[in-house]
Design a protein around this ligand. Structure first.
Ligand code: DON
Length: 303
């Protein structure tokens, strides 16, 4: 398959959508990003790498970080994890409070903000140096020690984090989180602030693509657990647009409000795409289009 040619063709085909959508503007650090950027990187399990445009520009991975937190928590807690957080699609926005109140403080899945805070809480309880160990794990997955938190993004998330603070309070009220609300929020915002490029994300997600047993920094996952992690991405990776992404793209994946999306074609390739302009559900407009065209062109999807 001539992936290089396909990526270039896709880029030209989606150019008419280049001005559609608006970038995340809930914090100044994201509002000031140039919205007219696009990058894409596809890496096969055999190590071939294909890039297009700004594949090496780092951006805020935001909710894509929730996949890394889930991998660590599944490694630590195994199936017990699912007593604290569900694995059903939410059908609601990633920061919705309504469902959490209705369901007595048990988040629907680990990829909505409430669910990711439960993961954060588990990491705080279980790890000796959570911030260091989290970033070390991400660096090991992508093979680059320069990947880091962006402290400016984390600080402005904290400053403007009224809704996330409400979620954390509701979780604490229901006894779903053990640690102090402030600690949980601070660490949650740190994980969201990590910056990576499409090339680094595609490399990091190869570990979830090739289904061979996984051991990074002592966090181990069997191939069966990796399969299940992919299942959660498929059903819950795009919040109230999970059905649409499955329908249009047909791959498990995860998005973030920084405009990044990572998707996996199990046992074949991982692909990361980034463009800051978002649709009303918070997913990258050009990213969704690019991945839709990728699986249409290649006729490679899990369905
Ligand atoms: O907590 C938040 O709301 C943001 N830091 C992350 C949200 C996000 O990326 C949701 N994804 N699409």
């Amino acid at each position: 398959m001539d992936y290089q040619r396909i990526l270039e063709d896709i880029y030209h085909e989606i150019l008419p959508f280049a001005k559609e959508g608006i970038q995340a503007d809930y914090i100044p650090a994201l509002a000031k990003v140039n919205p007219d950027q696009f990058g894409m990187c596809l890496q096969t399990v055999s190590g071939a790498v294909y890039t297009c445009r700004q594949a090496d520009t780092r951006f805020s991975i935001q909710s894509i970080s929730k996949v890394f937190s889930l991998a660590m928590c599944l490694s630590i807690r195994g199936e017990e994890l699912w007593k604290r957080v569900g694995k059903e699609p939410s059908g609601t926005a990633f920061n919705s409070l309504v469902q959490l109140e209705f369901e007595k403080g048990i988040p629907r899945n680990p990829f909505i903000n409430a669910g990711a805070m439960v993961l954060t809480d588990i990491l705080l309880s279980e790890l000796e140096h959570p911030e260091e160990q989290f970033i070390a794990f991400v660096r090991a997955l992508c093979g680059n020690d320069e990947v880091d938190y962006n402290m400016e993004v984390a600080a402005s998330e904290r400053e403007k984090g009224y809704l996330n603070a409400a979620i954390a309070n509701l979780l604490k009220y229901h006894g779903t989180i053990e640690n102090d609300i402030e600690h949980v929020l601070n660490f949650y915002f740190m994980t969201c602030s990590v910056e990576m490029s499409c090339r680094e994300l595609a490399q990091a997600f190869i570990a979830f693509t090739n289904h061979s047993p996984f051991d990074y920094c002592g966090f181990r996952l069997s191939s069966s657990r990796i399969k299940r992690l992919n299942a959660v991405m498929q059903t819950c990776g795009f919040y109230d647009e999970a059905g649409e992404f499955t329908y249009l793209v047909g791959l498990p994946g995860k998005s973030g409000v920084g405009g990044g999306i990572v998707a996996i074609y199990p046992q074949r390739y991982s692909v990361a795409v980034w463009s800051p302009r978002l649709n009303i559900k918070g997913n990258s407009v050009m990213g969704m289009k690019a991945l839709e065209l990728l699986t249409t062109r290649t006729q490679e999807s899990i369905f």
